[in-house]
Design a binder for this molecule. Structure first.
Ligand SMILES: *[C@@H]1O[C@H](CO)[C@@H](O)[C@H](O)[C@H]1NC(C)=O
Ligand SMILES: *[C@@H]1O[C@H](CO)[C@@H](O)[C@H](O)[C@H]1NC(C)=O
Ligand SMILES: *[C@@H]1O[C@H](CO)[C@@H](O)[C@H](O)[C@H]1NC(C)=O
Ligand SMILES: *[C@@H]1O[C@H](CO)[C@@H](O)[C@H](O)[C@H]1NC(C)=O
Ligand SMILES: *[C@@H]1O[C@H](CO)[C@@H](O)[C@H](O)[C@H]1NC(C)=O
Length: 381
């Protein structure tokens, strides 16, 4: 009797402690993002997934542009153009619905499709002539966690019972970030990350993420999913860290892929972009969704050359999205592979083999770069 009474006290104290503090110490960043995101209740994730055939999981990539995004694809003249995050969210939600109607279980959007990739920011003018005209408008069209548009994205995943991978320009207090989100079919945000190092002149607008923003691979019933953005696919520290976690599905968000065969374009060419994506799928032994305005490509896994891609000439209204079926029961769903090309062992080899003559020099590219919203407002005319 006494022992039972003691257990009851213990149970009461435990319940009190559990109710008054978070179960695992301070709230994590991801827990905070989920607390601030408001969605209508959905069915339990297990009930949703119990109806899916994992032998046939349809992946989808959007390749149509957002609202008010000047065409043709390489047009960087945005005189008189205003961003429209409200309209773009509504268009994006309609594409989520369309993908779901086509049977998709995961749909991915290009880089900062919300509110739109600012092509003109890539130029050679100092100060950045595009930002002088558009910086304030861009700040005002960036999303904030838990705002109406942010919640609409999470709700679209719930309403369509689909995994939704988006890239958004996000405002966090005095900074903008290039943020990637993976939202589950029950509305839970599984991945929230900032691009660690916006590339080139993107660094005039967005602030760098931190290394913690790379550790993103999550286990889901359809496989382990990770995300990177654009030039991150050419940063060894980014690809190594995600590939070492053995993804089954990798989401690669690029802003735009111009028509193939334009050899004046260098790193902006579709040849270079699809080469980076194809190598990533091969080295990482993963299915890969390259989502980009113009042409998107879905690689079914590893070294398979049998990818799915739209034609450059496909009109956006006829082909806004591409689809590809994969067999998710064949994915390893392992958190690491000690014998892969990208492993703890190969990481030790890099450390041991790194040439002694290279000085310990961080350079100017790697250190954290910030751009304040104040400075963006100040430069706007
Ligand atoms: C976007 O919608 C919000 C309401 O959700 C409204 O307050 C805001 O004015 C709208 N923005 C534009 C540019 O229409
Ligand atoms: C796989 O799912 C897609 C989308 O629902 C469907 O169009 C296709 O016919 C399915 N394939 C098989 C082999 O069942
Ligand atoms: C941006 O928002 C600020 C604060 O609401 C406002 O004062 C400013 O006029 C807006 N600028 C543009 C270009 O929309
Ligand atoms: C090729 O790229 C250049 C930019 O470097 C662009 O001006 C030109 O219009 C492009 N050509 C075609 C056929 O798209
Ligand atoms: C999917 O892969 C599993 C495991 O490799 C295999 O047993 C199954 O037959 C495959 N399903 C289809 C429809 O090919």
């Amino acid at each position: 009797m006494k022992a039972v009474f003691g257990l009851q006290i213990l149970a009461t104290v435990t319940a009190f402690v559990a109710a008054s503090c978070p179960p695992h110490g301070p709230e994590s960043r991801l827990q905070r993002v989920n607390r601030l995101t408001k969605v209508q209740p959905s069915r339990h994730i297990d009930d949703i997934l119990s109806e899916w055939d994992l032998n046939n999981v349809t992946l989808a990539a959007v390749r149509a542009p957002p609202v008010n995004w000047p065409l043709p694809i390489l047009n960087k003249n945005w005189d008189g153009v205003k961003f429209d995050i409200n309209g773009t969210i509504d268009l994006g939600v309609s594409y989520v619905e369309r993908a779901a109607q086509n049977g998709a279980r995961l749909v991915a959007f290009p880089e900062v499709w919300f509110p739109g990739y600012p092509k003109g920011v890539i130029n050679t003018d100092y100060p950045n002539s595009w930002l002088v005209k558009h910086a304030a408008d861009y700040v005002n069209n960036s999303l904030v966690i838990g705002d109406n548009n942010w919640n609409k994205l999470a709700q679209a995943a719930v309403d369509n019972e689909i995994y939704l991978a988006v890239s958004v320009s996000e405002r966090v207090k005095n900074h903008l970030y290039m943020t990637q989100l993976l939202i589950a079919p029950d509305g839970e945000i599984l991945i929230y990350r900032h691009k660690i190092r916006p590339g080139g002149r993107e660094r005039d607008l967005w602030t760098d993420g931190r290394l913690e923003d790379l550790v993103t691979v999550v286990t889901t019933p359809i496989g382990r999913i990770g995300m990177l953005s654009c030039a991150e696919h050419s940063y060894p520290e980014a690809t190594f860290i995600t590939q070492a976690q053995t993804e089954d599905i990798h989401i690669a968000a690029w802003p735009l892929t111009p028509p193939f065969g334009n050899y004046s374009l260098g790193y902006e060419s579709s040849e270079v972009i699809t080469a980076l994506a194809s190598v990533y799928a091969n080295v990482g032994n993963t299915a890969l969704i390259l989502t980009s305005i113009g042409s998107s490509t879905i690689y079914p896994g590893g070294a398979s050359p049998m990818w799915t891609r739209n034609e450059d000439s496909d009109p956006y209204d006829a082909v806004p999205i591409i689809h590809r079926d994969v067999n998710a029961t064949s994915f390893p769903k392992k958190t690491y592979n000690a014998n892969s090309k990208v492993s703890w062992g190969s990481y030790q080899n890099i450390n041991q083999g790194f040439p002694d003559y290279i000085p310990d020099d961080m350079g100017t590219f790697i250190p954290w770069n910030e751009v304040t919203v104040e400075s963006l407002y100040e430069m706007s005319t």
